[in-house]
Design a protein. Structure first.
Lengths: 377, 211
């Protein structure tokens, strides 16, 4: 307790309120500059009892000694010093060092101006952050609108291009079949180039149309309880010829009792065509593409596994975004539209499923999609 | 519709500084397709007014009031995209600059007005809190708006507010100005009579009437 000698009742009241209530930093140091008295506010601020501690243990001195005697020579002048607080943050206060014989009283208070400045700064930063977020949201919305406009334009252009490109494709195919006897090998080479390039163009157009339809929101699924075997066998039939030509085998591993699943069969077939087609194109001859169908508790899981060159980490991250082509060329040298996996992702997500890839760089890749099994199929 | 129990739960969350609780409530409203205008008036504006009153009556601290405002602004960011999606295309080519005057740090009221104008198809330039007069004048010069909206939340900023209107009026005599905010509950709305083409909007519900 502060040594003030005898005091009356009024002083007792002030004394009690000073020690128990007043939000004022207070330390009483003995002649060796160790704490012999403090109040509740200071204990709360510093996080416990400080009796017996030296001033160096209380103030953040950063290795500089505190010269109490010098500070006591100017008790009226506030000294800015730091203390470490129970909140874990240092706090700057203004202190007065008041001499009392050999002993010292230290009174400290918060820097009100600094607090006001800090509060204003916090408010300003928060306001700026909110205003910027609003502006960013607005810009994002504008970009989305522009993207939709671009998709509309692409879809319209693709739609108008599909018919003439299909005519070129059909007629070039007809010419290849019908003129084998009359054309020179060089001329047949020209025709094949026309056919292959036109075929690529039509795939690109079809992908544009698919993506445009999906992104415009005009993408309705015709969900029916269907066995995965149905789209899978159609897809394998379609890919079989290409696989055989390139000496690649296709094997299916299917668990018993695979349930019917709610799906849009042709759309799932499109996904399978894409995944199996990719697996074949990225495989070398004499390798095998494995298709595994399994059921987990809530999902039907289909994996398409190849043993081709695999994927790098960078490729994996962007693989399902539109217009992303793998860094490694397809083994047959053909070109990809870069849209197939993006479309597959949209189709699977529209079914409430997931699609992902597991890479094994240099040893192949496993593309997997899952469809929810609701138990009502 | 937002029922009274839901509103009370939201207000309690706000006062307790419980952003997550408030966010859950607002997300639930959005999933129920409650119109943004109802959220703005029946939830955000109403609760902010009530928080302001609690602060004025010393029932909550200024920190609690700031925290409640910060929560509201974060939630506005959740609702705002639905405003942009639903209504922005109906724009009538009208432009507005919405701002607070210098030293006014409460921008959420102005933000709500800005969003409401966009809801009505306006192109809005939102300057936010503590905007220096020169910055405001520059923005008016740059965007040539049909309307300037100025918000005032704290009554003791009225002198600054007056000066802002005076500066704008002297440079842009024809520009329509609307003023509003919680500060005018304590007087000062007669400022609208001192200058031509200045209209005081006492409530958000009356904003639609002048658009």
């Amino acid at each position: 307790m502060i040594r003030m000698g005898k005091s009356g009742e009024r002083f007792g009241i002030i004394n009690r309120w000073f020690y128990e209530i007043a939000p004022l930093f207070f330390l009483h140091l003995d002649s060796s500059n160790r704490v012999v008295g403090t109040n509740c506010f200071t204990r709360r601020l510093l996080g416990g009892d400080v009796d017996g501690k030296s001033v160096e243990e209380i103030f953040l001195t950063f290795g500089q000694p505190i010269n109490i005697n010098e500070l006591k020579e100017h008790p009226e002048t506030p000294q800015r010093l730091n203390v470490s607080t129970s909140a874990g943050l240092p706090e700057s206060l203004f202190f007065h060092f008041i001499p009392m014989g050999d002993e010292t009283l230290i009174l400290g208070s918060f820097d009100v101006d600094e607090h006001a400045k800090l509060r204003r700064e916090l408010l300003s930063i928060n306001n700026q952050l909110n205003a910027l977020t609003r502006e960013l949201q607005k810009k994002n919305h504008e970009l989305e609108e522009l993207n939709q406009l671009k998709n509309q334009f692409l879809t319209m252009a693709a739609h108008d291009l599909r018919k003439p490109v299909s005519s070129i494709l059909n007629y070039s195919e007809f010419l290849i079949e019908e003129t084998e006897a009359v054309l020179t090998p060089e001329q047949r080479g020209f025709l094949n180039t026309i056919y292959n390039s036109t075929n690529y163009m039509r795939r690109l157009i079809d992908d544009f149309l698919d993506l445009g339809m999906i992104e415009s929101g005009h993408f309705d699924l015709d969900l029916q309880p269907t066995s995965m075997e149905e789209p899978l066998s159609r897809s394998i039939n379609l890919s079989k010829l290409n696989a055989r030509k390139r000496g690649i085998g296709i094997r299916v591993e299917m668990e018993e009792a695979i349930p019917l699943t709610m799906m849009d069969g042709p759309k799932i077939e499109q996904v399978l065509n894409n995944l199996i087609g990719n697996a074949i194109e990225h495989s070398n001859s004499n390798q095998e593409v494995l298709i595994r169908i399994a059921r987990s508790e809530k999902e039907l899981v289909v994996s398409v596994i190849d043993h081709g060159p695999g994927l790098s980490h960078e490729e994996t991250e962007k693989l399902f975004l539109p217009y992303q082509r793998g860094r490694l060329k397809k083994q047959d040298g053909s070109r990809s539209t870069g849209l197939g996996l993006a479309i597959s992702k949209k189709i699977i997500e529209a079914h409430g499923g997931r699609i992902w890839v597991e890479r094994d760089h240099g040893k192949g890749a496993t593309f997997t999609f899952s469809l929810p099994v609701t138990g009502q199929e | 519709m937002i029922n009274e129990n839901e509103y009370r739960a939201y207000l309690d969350g706000m006062i307790q500084g419980n952003y997550k609780r408030c966010e859950e409530i607002v997300s639930d409203f959005l999933s129920r397709n409650i119109e943004p205008v109802e959220l703005y008036t029946g939830l955000f504006q109403r609760s902010l007014y009530q928080v302001g009153e609690l602060w004025e009556k010393n029932r909550i601290s200024v920190t609690t009031e700031h925290l409640a405002t910060a929560i509201t602004e974060r939630l506005l960011a959740i609702v705002y995209p639905s405003i942009l999606k639903k209504f922005r295309k109906r724009g009538a080519g009208q432009r507005a600059v919405i701002s607070c005057s210098v030293n006014e740090y409460h921008q959420v009221g102005a933000r709500i007005v800005a969003d409401m104008l966009e809801l009505h198809g306006w192109d809005v330039y939102f300057l936010g809190a503590n905007t220096p007069v020169n910055d405001l004048l520059l923005m008016i010069q740059k965007t040539n708006p049909n309307l300037l909206g100025l918000s005032l939340s704290i009554y003791f900023n009225m002198v600054n507010f007056n000066r802002v209107i005076q500066s704008v009026r002297s440079e842009y005599s024809e520009l329509e100005i609307i003023i509003g905010g919680q500060a005018f509950r304590w007087g000062g709305a007669d400022i609208a009579n001192k200058y031509p083409r200045v209209t005081y909007i006492p409530a958000l519900s009356e904003l639609a009437g002048i658009l």
